[in-house]
Ligand binder design. Sequence first.
Ligand SMILES: *Cc1c(COP(=O)(O)O)cnc(C)c1O
Length: 232
Amino acid sequence: MVVENLKQVEERVKAACERAGRQRDEVTLIAVSKTKPVSMIEELLPGGTRDFGENKVQELCDKYEQLPKDIRWHLIGHLQRNKVKYVVDKVCLIHSVDSLRLAQTISEEAGKKGVNVPVLIEVNVAGEESKFGVKPEETEELVRQIAQLPGISVRGLMTIAPYVEDPEENRVHFSSLKKLSVDIKKKNIDNVSMNVLSMGMTGDYEVAIEEGATMVRVGTGIFGERDYSKQA
Ligand SMILES: *Cc1c(COP(=O)(O)O)cnc(C)c1O
């Protein structure tokens, strides 16, 4: 089932790239495996899937231990500073940096482990009150401050768009994140590359690709609905 779902998502990613006049290899499909068992991830490995997304540090570390080391783990959820030390040497990209304090902690822990940690700045483009993420107008300043820190590199921006019935409603948010990344890229800030745009989930990844996403994060569309009732 998981392999079949992935195939269908892959078809839609390809079609969206074609509509947008983009190459398929410009877009990384991240399979968001949070709450799902290791066995489901293993089903996708023979087909070559290596990018997986998790939103909890403990779960990412557990799966990291059990699965092949060539998997690229993306931390996509809110990250608490006291947990940074567990993940800096396990993840290929942290998508959810939204404060200087968090970036400083990542920088310090990266120094201790002798690694460099690529990160994205999470931007709250829709202005939703309950959400994490910096305001669009505060993004450039945060990028500039993080750019000064050793052991951490800003690679681009990420957003979590609102849940909507019609994905077209999110087009405006995706295009404004794209515009923001282009604006910041033009500033040519040292130690910053603005090449990654992580946006789009199961309900709206095709629209996100049309608007310039270079990473889409798809969970339900690949692994099926999540069941949170069994968790503590
Ligand atoms: C859970 C999650 C996703 C995947 O959501 P689906 O709607 O299941 O595709 C993507 N991004 C983030 C940040 C998430 O927490």
